[in-house]
Design a binder for this molecule. Structure first.
Ligand code: DON
Length: 304
């Protein structure tokens, strides 16, 4: 399979469709981006990198960072973690608060905001400098690049963080939150405000296509079974209330972010990241989803 040719074809076809969406503006600073950008990077299991379009431009990874933070606590807490957060799709928007009330403070999964806040809380319990540890971990996975936190995006989300603050207080009321709320929110907004290119992102997801072993970090990041579980969670919960549709159209484990990025893996073959800032009404990138749909249609193999 000629991956470079494949992603170039996909890129041209998506561009020709002239798809439109809306850049996220509930975090005002994320809105300050050229909406026409579009890039794809694919990394195979030998570490070969293929790219097209704006694949080297850093963008706000937002919720994609929830996969990195989950990976960091998976090893540490393992079974204990799953008493604090469930593994079911929510069918609700990423920032919904309703389920948390009737499910007594146990978030449906680690990718909705409530679940990701529990994961970040667990990281704050484990590490003295969680922001530094998360940055170091992502840099290691991406092959020693220098991934940066954008301080303006971090501050912008903090200044408009009422919804996440409410979720954190709600979790605390159910005793599913151990650290000071402001401290955890700062760490959460920071990891969401990290900027990575499609190339960095695809590299950082490579271990999930490779039974937990990262060729870039040159070490086993998760066991094979843990890695399979992260993929299962991405397939069922990675796109919130669009997870079913993404599985139906694309059929890959993946994770989106409101910065317009999507990272996905084809286990035992490759990892891929696609970015374009305009989103659909579920908060997922219009062009990225379309690109992945075309790409899996063109592949000679599939997950199923
Ligand atoms: O917490 C938030 O609302 C953002 N920092 C992240 C949300 C997000 O990326 C949802 N994914 N599509």
């Amino acid at each position: 399979m000629d991956y470079q040719q494949l992603i170039e074809e996909v890129y041209q076809e998506v561009q020709a469709e002239n798809l439109k969406g809306k850049v996220a503006d509930y975090i005002p600073e994320i809105g300050n981006v050229n909406p026409d950008q579009f890039g794809i990077a694919l990394v195979d299991l030998k570490g070969n990198v293929y790219g097209v379009g704006d694949h080297q431009v850093p963008f706000s990874i937002q919720s994609i960072s929830k996969v990195h933070t989950l990976t960091m606590v998976f090893n540490v807490f393992n079974s204990k973690l799953w008493s604090r957060v469930n593994v079911e799709p929510s069918g609700d928007p990423f920032n919904s608060i309703a389920q948390l009330e009737y499910e007594k403070g146990i978030p449906r999964n680690p990718f909705i905001n409530a679940g990701a806040l529990v994961i970040t809380d667990a990281l704050c319990s484990k590490f003295e400098n969680p922001i530094e540890r998360i940055s170091d971990f992502i840099n290691e996975l991406a092959g020693d690049t220098c991934v940066k936190i954008n301080p303006e995006v971090q501050a912008s989300e903090k200044n408009h963080g009422e919804r996440n603050t409410a979720l954190a207080y709600f979790l605390k009321s159910f005793k599913n939150f151990n650290n000071p709320i402001d401290e955890v929110l700062d760490v959460y907004f920071s990891h969401c405000a990290m900027e990575m290119s499609c190339v960095d992102l695809a590299k950082s997801f490579s271990f999930l296509a490779n039974d937990g072993y990262s060729i870039f970090a040159d070490r086993q990041i998760l066991t094979e079974s843990q890695s399979r579980r992260v993929n299962a969670l991405m397939l069922t919960c990675g796109f919130y209330d669009e997870a079913g549709e993404f599985a139906f159209k694309v059929g890959l484990p993946g994770k989106s972010g409101v910065g317009g990025g999507v990272a996905a893996v084809m286990p035992h073959k490759f990892s891929i990241a696609v970015w374009s800032p305009e989103l659909n009404e579920k908060g997922n990138s219009v062009k990225a989803i379309r690109a992945l749909e075309l790409l899996t249609d063109k592949l000679a193999f599939s997950l199923f």
